[in-house]
Design a protein around this ligand. Structure first.
Ligand code: FEO
Length: 184
């Protein structure tokens, strides 16, 4: 390990990589917040609620990294967060934007797993497994939203479908059930 501190049990480069991901999670929280504001101001109150709740989830992810870095004797460094992307043009691009966010985030998580394996940092490897599972759920959750949107769009011009979609999203769970956890 390229650490200078005897009580630090992560490498300097792992500390940096974990800090980068911690800030990426904070960026995700801001991105969902911005999409929530956009949905709210475009009369999708249920979808706005869904995004606001999800913004909180992303903040919890940020905290998990923060606590882990500190618990391993590293230092969590809160960095600047870039502004979220521009407002989406419509609901479909909003949902696709979220989908892309989650796919991008999965790749970042997998890169950290790779790094932990390369360094034989099994503590971090183990810590990252929670995020691997979380990304399976998050991708399933947002993919489900894409399916709902596609169904609602089938009968073009029927606003009742979008009304139902919006209402359903208001109380939609934030965790999707994944196959290996279903209780069959
Ligand atoms: Fe923290 Fe949506 O991944």
């Amino acid at each position: 390990m390229d650490t200078n501190y005897s009580d630090k049990r992560i490498s300097d480069s792992m500390e940096e990589a974990l800090n980068k991901q911690m800030n990426a999670e904070a960026e995700q929280a801001q991105a969902y917040l911005a999409l929530g504001v956009w949905a709210d101001s475009n009369n999708y109150a249920g979808i706005a609620e869904f995004f606001y709740k999800h913004s909180e989830e992303e903040r919890e992810h940020m905290f998990k990294f923060l606590e882990y870095i500190n618990a391993r004797g590293g230092t969590a460094k809160i960095g600047a967060i870039p502004a979220p992307r521009d407002n989406p043009t419509d609901l479909q691009s909003c949902i696709e934007d979220v989908w892309q966010h989650e796919l991008d985030n999965s790749q970042k998580i997998y890169a950290l797993v790779d790094k932990a394996m390369e360094e034989k940092d099994w503590a971090t490897f183990n810590f990252m497994q929670w995020f691997v599972k979380e990304q399976i759920e998050e991708e399933a959750l947002i993919d489900g939203l894409r399916d709902k949107f596609a169904l609602a769009s089938e009968d073009k011009g029927n606003n009742a479908n979008f009304y139902s979609l919006d209402r359903d999203m208001q109380n939609a769970p934030q965790e999707a059930e994944i196959p290996r956890e279903s209780k069959l």
